[in-house]
Design a protein around this ligand. Structure first.
Ligand SMILES: [Zn+2]
Ligand SMILES: [Zn+2]
Length: 280
């Protein structure tokens, strides 16, 4: 069955994430391995990695996903571009030392340049990072975006172009964010529209590339390209899409990560709702 979890904080130490996840009765968690708003961070020492792996081994959490820094923009044509290559390489190495296999990445912003040109530049840089980290088993999962501003990755044709540029590199995958897809104009609030979405994903990048879901309701209506997460059932998506996903055998082994607001009832209530929708 799909595993239910949430993004949790690493405040006080990376290994603290497991206790936070268990407190919420998560089966899976997502973390940042560093401050997501800073370029630089101390390397992960062998001791820190061992503490993390020990805590993981003793916890009931099955898998850990890492979300990379928000600063990374592989499509940037200024100095940020080169910095982003080094930062992404570092993110992959940090995952590797922690024994984590899936790293989520925002495809970046074109900053107004032609989209295809930005996608090709991004692909070239992704290739560099994949080559430099070929000794690892870390996958890079491109997250589907809302289409807000110049952000790339809100349409599966764009993601397909990146995959094609990279010759369908097996270490490349997709993270589907429910709020972002809905904001970008993809509807999946009923069984037929959900099936249509799956067909669309399958024909563009292949359903087997989907390695993670981000579960967020959307505060804004369909297609507004506005990215604001809401608690499950309290936004425009409602509970049906989550119930369709959680009861679909297709996602048997796929982590579903909440990134809903920490205000209000927090993740605890969302997890209880999702568990009910899954039926166990
Ligand atoms: Zn994200
Ligand atoms: Zn997300």
């Amino acid at each position: 069955m799909p595993r239910i979890g949430a993004h949790v904080s690493i405040a006080g130490g990376l290994e603290r994430a497991f206790a936070r996840g268990e407190e919420l009765s998560c089966e899976t968690i997502q973390i940042f391995t560093k401050n997501q708003l800073q370029w630089r961070s101390a390397p992960i020492s062998q001791g820190r990695a061992e503490r993390f792996l020990r805590a993981w081994g003793e916890s009931s959490i099955a898998d850990v996903i890492v979300h990379s820094s928000y600063l990374i923009n592989l499509a940037a044509t200024d100095a940020t571009g080169e910095k982003s290559i080094a930062a992404l390489e570092d993110e992959v190495e940090r995952c590797d030392i922690l024994g984590i296999e899936d790293l989520v990445l925002h495809p970046g912003s074109s900053k107004g340049n032609p989209a295809d040109q930005s996608l090709d530049l991004m692909s070239e840089r992704l290739k560099t990072v994949l080559e430099r980290t070929a000794h690892t088993r870390v996958n890079i999962l491109l997250e589907t975006m809302s289409g807000q501003g110049n952000h790339l990755g809100s349409d599966f044709g764009q993601l397909r172009r990146i995959f094609e540029n990279l010759d369908w590199e097996p270490r490349m995958g997709i993270c589907l964010d429910t709020c972002h897809m809905f904001a970008s104009g993809l509807d999946f609030r009923t069984e037929p529209t959900y099936r249509r979405l799956l067909g669309h994903i399958d024909s563009s990048v292949g359903l087997d590339r989907v390695r993670c879901w981000h579960f967020n309701d959307s505060a804004h209506p369909l297609g507004r390209k506005l990215d604001r997460h809401a608690h499950i059932g309290e936004g425009e998506l409602g509970t049906t899409p989550f119930s369709l996903i959680l009861t679909d055998p297709l996602w048997e082994d796929v982590p579903c990560i909440l990134e809903t607001p920490l205000e209000g009832a927090g993740h605890g209530r969302d997890i209880a709702i999702l568990r009910k929708l899954r039926g166990r």
